[in-house]
Write a protein that binds this ligand. Sequence first.
Ligand code: FES
Length: 91
Amino acid sequence: MVDGTGMCGGCRVKIGEVVKFACVDGPDFDGHLVDFDDLMFRLQRYKATEREAAAKFDENCRMRSIRTQREGQRDHGDRQRASQEEKKPSA
Ligand code: FES
C-alpha cells in the first residue's frame, strides 16, 4: 500500500470481474475470486526498477557506514574493558 486512500492503485486487485482496492475495499476478499495471475503479474512489473533502487540505496546509504563506525567504537570499548579487567589485581 502506498497511500491507503484508493488513489494510487498500488493495491489494486481484480475480484472476479470487478477491480477493488485492498486499502478501501479490503483487506479481506473471497480468495476464490481473486485473480492471482493478474495480481502476481502486477507485483512483478517494477521488480527491475525496485532492484536498481535498492542497489543505489545500498551504495548511498550513510546508515551502513555509521553502523560500521559505531560497531568499531563498541569493539574498541570492549577491548579496552577486557584489557582493564586483565590488569585488575585478583582478590
Ligand atoms: S494503497 Fe493506494 S490505492 Fe490502495
